[in-house]
Design a binder for this molecule. Structure first.
Ligand code: NDP
Length: 399
């Protein structure tokens, strides 16, 4: 069917590359391009020999001209951005200049402020529309599948959804004292920021980790979870009409939080650059270099993740609750693609999002969040590609 340019060669990209190669009818050819070419070459070596043709390239995705040159050479139908959120706008600029579709899994963030906002990417709406190309924003799990779940719940089970609680539980154990499951810099920036949730038309701010609940997750059991701000709250608050409240909770163990608190107290999570022996360094970037590489956690991680959404609303005049979730097993993921479940649950939806665009099942020009498309074909593919979903019509609610 066509060609995809995959930018980035980290944990998530590795899964997406595996999944594209399992789907050669759609992904006839892929090019893996990243800052460190050896990582792209290692992936190619592992997966070469199947029906999907693989090439690799060195690319600095902060440089628009370099991306344009690579797009002109490879001529992809879609660019799947699995680098870091800092590269979103340069890659979108290059897609615009070459009229190629764009997919990502995380919204743009300026390097110097930990702020998750769609405004920079939404500002491209008219330009993408005029160019006749699609930007699909947030095609990972959360954001990503959580938006698809919301659109599906609204389409099939509710006349109005009033409350959404997004619950992200990871019961994986990797045996390290402290490690993050995906890019440490992005992960730590996210959870040391203030919490925020949407209620009655506005966002309410909380201190970091101020709101704690305990939830008994299907197939995982009881876990402590904390309210965080997460980027899909911003788009869901606009796109799910009638919504009164949306919250996002993530599970953390006491051990993880104690380590994080100490690192924060001594200044290791700071994003302000400091002078160290005559060189400017950013503490959180230094911390990233000494923490275990998330890609190395795969072979060590045991246990499951459970990520999903609990909805409460009205159908045919009656109150109704509904829970949609996916359970993913770290060891099963590792057996299949050599990565743990966090990368897996992000990398699979990135492939499916690109597939929706390449097959034209999702076909509208402009910049859209994932819940703005028909959820049905995506839900179908989740079941086929390793992230089957389950539903409950009588879930425990979060107070
Ligand atoms: P990694 O750090 O493992 O991988 C990032 C990759 O991008 C690396 O290969 C890195 O290169 C490359 N890269 C970074 N900067 C540049 C640049 N300037 N030019 C070219 N390549 C670059 O991160 P993950 O794979 O864990 O995460 C990838 C993305 O997925 C992130 O944006 C993250 O926020 C998002 N994510 C989304 C989730 C969701 O559910 N929606 C969940 C988890 C992650 P190098 O190898 O040289 O460092």
């Amino acid at each position: 069917m066509g060609k995809a340019l995959i930018i980035g060669a980290g944990g998530v990209a590795s899964v997406t590359v595996h999944k594209c190669c399992q789907n050669p009818d759609v992904f006839e050819e892929i090019c893996i391009a990243s800052r460190t070419k050896s990582k792209c070459d290692a992936l190619k070596e592992k997966l070469d020999g199947g029906r999907t043709k693989i090439s690799t390239a060195q690319l600095d995705a902060d440089n628009v001209d370099e991306i344009i040159a690579l797009i002109n050479e490879f001529k992809p139908d879609v660019v799947i951005n699995l680098a870091l959120p800092y590269q979103d706008l340069t890659i979108m600029d290059a897609c615009l200049a070459t009229k190629v579709h764009y997919v990502d899994t995380a919204n743009y963030e300026p390097l110097d402020t930990a702020k998750f906002e769609y405004k920079w990417q939404w500002a491209y709406r008219e330009k993408f529309k005029e160019a006749g190309i699609t930007a699909l924003l947030g095609s990972g799990f959360d954001p990503g599948v959580t938006g698809v779940f919301s659109a599906y719940a609204l389409k099939h089970h509710f006349d109005e959804i009033h409350y959404i609680d997004i619950l992200d539980a990871n019961a994986g154990d990797h045996g390290h004292h402290f490690a993050t499951n995906f890019n440490p810099e992005i992960n730590i920036r996210e959870i040391t920021s203030k919490g925020r949730y949407f209620e009655n038309g506005e966002f309410v701010e909380t201190e970091p980790m101020e709101i704690k609940r305990v939830y008994n997750f299907p197939e995982i059991g009881e876990k402590d979870m904390y309210l965080l701000y997460h980027e899909e709250l911003e788009s869901l608050a606009l796109n799910i009409t009638g919504i009164k409240r949306i919250r996002f909770f993530m599970t953390f163990s006491e051990k993880y939080l104690t380590h994080l608190r100490v690192l924060e107290n001594v200044g290791m999570t700071s994003i302000e650059s400091i002078n160290f022996e005559g060189k400017e360094i950013v503490p959180i970037q230094f911390l990233k270099t000494i923490l275990p590489d998330p890609a190395s956690l795969g072979p060590r991680t045991k246990g499951k993740t459970n990520i999903g959404c609990i909805f409460k609303g009205v159908k045919d005049g009656k109150e109704k609750t509904y829970y949609l979730y996916n359970v993913c097993d770290h060891e099963e993921c590792y057996k299949e693609v050599g990565s743990q479940a966090i990368s897996y649950t992000t990398g699979v939806p990135a492939m499916i999002g690109a597939m929706m665009i390449m097959t034209k099942k999702w076909d509208k020009a402009g910049v859209y969040n994932i819940e703005e498309f028909d959820p049905d074909p995506f839900m179908e593919e989740l079941n086929k590609w390793g992230l089957p979903w389950k539903e409950s019509f009588n879930p425990d609610m979060v107070d």
